[in-house]
Design a protein around this ligand. Sequence first.
Ligand code: ADP
Ligand code: MG
Length: 370
Amino acid sequence: MGTQITIDSLVKVFGNGKTAATACDHLSLTIEPGELFFLLGPSGCGKTTLLRMIAGFIDPTAGTIAFDGKDVTHDAPNKRNTGMVFQSYALWPHMTVAQNVAFGLNVRKIANPEKDQRVIDALAAVQMEEYAARKPNQLSGGQQQRVALARALVIKPDVLLLDEPLSNLDAKLRNDLRLQIRRICKDSGITTVYVTHDQKEALSMADRVALLKLGQIVQIGTPRELYRAPESQFVAEFLGETNLIDAQLQAGSIEHPRYKIEAGVFSGPSGKITGDNNQPDTKQTLSIRPEAIRLRKEQSENTLPGVLIETAYLGETAQHLVEIKGCPPVKIAEMNPYGSTSAVHPNPGDQVLVEFLADDMVPINKDASQ
Ligand code: ADP
Ligand code: MG
């Protein structure tokens, strides 16, 4: 079950001469059978273009796309058996839910009783059986999107393609549907490519994520790999909040690195310094997530002195901003603030002690252009 998708040196250039725009730039990627794979990136980075080339709606300028080793690069969409779900649902308003779902089966000349059974099964997969007789305008946005998903699934596609399917829904519904869509994709075993600009959606749903920028893959990995081991400033900053701290790596400390900034010396992650980052006595950039920094009552191994600038109280978390000599204002996220686990409750202007969690910081490459 599930189709492997192999993309090799894929290029798409729109227009020509001075107006030429490269939406996909020699991109290579293998998506494994049954994988729920995410294309993530800012608006305009080429996600939709790549998805539509996989579907066959856009003809690539160069490179190849293969399904299970068979070249489909220039095959028409109806020759590839892909199912597609769009941000706008794109349901037929004059048809009932059942008729909308049956549409692709009619096109494929699949007759009863198989047709009715497949419509029932597809609606059951998205928990919409009860709504079979309704028209789309009698459904909520979330229900319409589940019908659109059923309509894509009913044809038993080799590959399911979703382009920002939750972007038109409100936040609460988006959260509910994330888990439902993940379950439906994993239960069906269909290889799924899911496009979004929302990092929370990608982190919470994906088996693997490719983060795109200017038509190229910047980094690829599981949600945890991307969040915890970003290789560049772009990745660290796109996947949530981070602090970028320039520090001096002290001589002879590569295995158990010691870093110096104006406020003092602190330990970094053991055994993580490789490649470009292995020169002692040079400046390195460390990415430290706000949740990997703590306010402490007492001085300990990795604490530095600072002054609280301000605190934003958000209920389940508080966001503190602290001035530490030698780095930009440091963002700290505290869970359960003012609760029983809260160590200190400083006011703006107070001296504070700040602990950097050594194993949670990541040496990264600072981007040349931001
Ligand atoms: P995303 O889905 O990540 O927002 P797109 O794939 O839609 O990005 O677009 C990538 C780039 O290609 C953008 O710069 C966009 O303006 C350009 N582009 C997309 N479609 C066309 C088109 N039909 N003609 C010209 N340029 C296009
Ligand atoms: Mg798009």
